[in-house]
Write a protein that binds this ligand. Structure first.
Ligand SMILES: Cc1ncc(COP(=O)(O)O)c(C=O)c1O
Length: 364
């Protein structure tokens, strides 16, 4: 099978084991176990049947999204949820609209099913909001899927419900579905724009997981919520690739969901504690422009005067011991994605090292 390798994922996995101050991650650190209130029975071999995941988790999500269990598919992370959406919907030669800069899993998935990628720009000048007229011009009868992230990875920009509804309605006119990956959405405070796109149209499917905001990537607990027919096809595919989901992970995820309201503020507090430190550094640099994220633990910045941030990131890692993501992985040479989930003193030290790396890089 020919497909475009997911270079960013390979890079991110390797970097986790590299030496240096780690400012490349976009996921929270693991929560303290006592916040999740595990029970001994969660870890027994006699736990619940979990062919399609734990029914308690399906029920929790159905209630959370105000829909029915038939609209919910449990998956191994949002990555698998995204894969199942692509595989269920697309045929070779179909077009899929993908945002740029954007999370590169989507173009890898398109290549896997032989679909053609059409890029929807999200520009710094527009606060990384898609231009609706431009979007509508990209639509035609061969577009089967539109893919967005909210919050937007890499900028963390939030998309308004109005824009989401317009996008869903325009896509519906050509018979296309809209996939909104909401894995970063809970970085917003409840009630402050964290509304799921699910209700933006009947052609919308949303995906998410306990990875990014909750620090539970290791559970591989994700989901898709969308139209019944699509979800049913995704479950047909799950029969092919997932005879069962991990029972223990489902039990642990059940505890996480039960305690989500206690877990969620942890990431928010981290953003609020560290963002001022990051902002102070950004403001101190005349050669850096950035997008002010409404939440989250990463910032997307442009280093003026540097065209290849891939090389800059290598200098930062090898000579200054700080790890950041070069914009090339998000189709944006000249940009960096810098994470700040670490202690404030390490954030300060990491940014100071990054500043030295930029100065050094520019002087050559
Ligand atoms: C937009 C987006 N979706 C999904 C993922 C992967 O998440 P998961 O662990 O839920 O598969 C990432 C990870 O970086 C991401 O940025």
């Amino acid at each position: 099978m020919d497909f475009e390798p997911f270079q960013y994922m390979r890079f991110a996995k390797r970097l986790e084991y590299a030496d240096g101050i780690f400012m490349a991650g976009s996921g929270m650190y693991r929560p303290k176990a006592d916040l999740l209130k595990f029970k001994e029975s969660d870890f027994t071999l006699e736990s619940l049947c979990s062919n399609y995941g734990d029914p308690r988790n399906v029920a929790w999500l159905a209630e959370h999204y105000a829909t029915s269990g038939e609209n919910v598919a449990l998956t191994a992370g949002s990555s698998e949820a995204n894969f199942l959406v692509f595989a269920a919907l697309l045929h070779a030669g179909d077009k899929v609209i993908v945002e740029s800069p954007g999370y590169p899993q989507f173009s890898s998935l398109a290549s896997l099913v032989g679909a053609e990628v059409v890029k929807l720009p999200r520009r710094f000048e527009d606060g990384f909001q898609p231009d609706l007229d431009e979007f509508k011009k990209l639509l035609d009868d061969s577009v089967r899927l539109v893919v967005l992230t909210n919050l937007h990875n890499p900028s963390m920009a939030r998309m308004s419900p109005e824009v989401m509804r317009e996008i869903a309605a325009a896509a519906a006119e050509v018979g296309a579905k809209v996939l909104v990956d909401e894995v970063y959405l809970d970085h917003l405070r409840p009630g402050e724009g964290d509304e799921s796109a699910l209700k933006a149209g009947e052609n919308v499917v949303v995906t998410s997981s306990l990875t990014k905001v909750y620090g539970l990537s290791g559970l591989r607990f994700g989901w898709a919520v969308g139209p019944k027919k699509l979800v049913s096809k995704m479950l047909d595919l799950a029969d092919v690739v997932d005879p069962e989901l991990s029972t223990v992970a489902q039990n642990m995820a059940h505890r996480a969901l039960e305690n989500l309201s206690r877990l969620r503020p942890v990431a928010r507090r981290l953003h609020e504690r560290n963002w001022p430190v990051v902002k102070e550094w950004l403001e101190s640099r005349e050669d850096v422009e950035y997008y002010h994220p409404p939440g989250g633990i990463t910032v997307w910045m442009k280093v003026n005067g540097v065209e290849e941030t891939g090389n800059l990131a290598t200098v930062a890692r090898q000579d200054y011991g700080v790890l950041v993501v070069p914009g090339e992985y998000f189709q944006s040479p000249g940009w960096l994605r810098v994470g700040y989930k670490i202690e404030p003193t390490s954030v300060r030290e990491g940014l100071s090292r990054l500043g030295k790396a930029i100065d050094d890089f520019k002087s050559h």
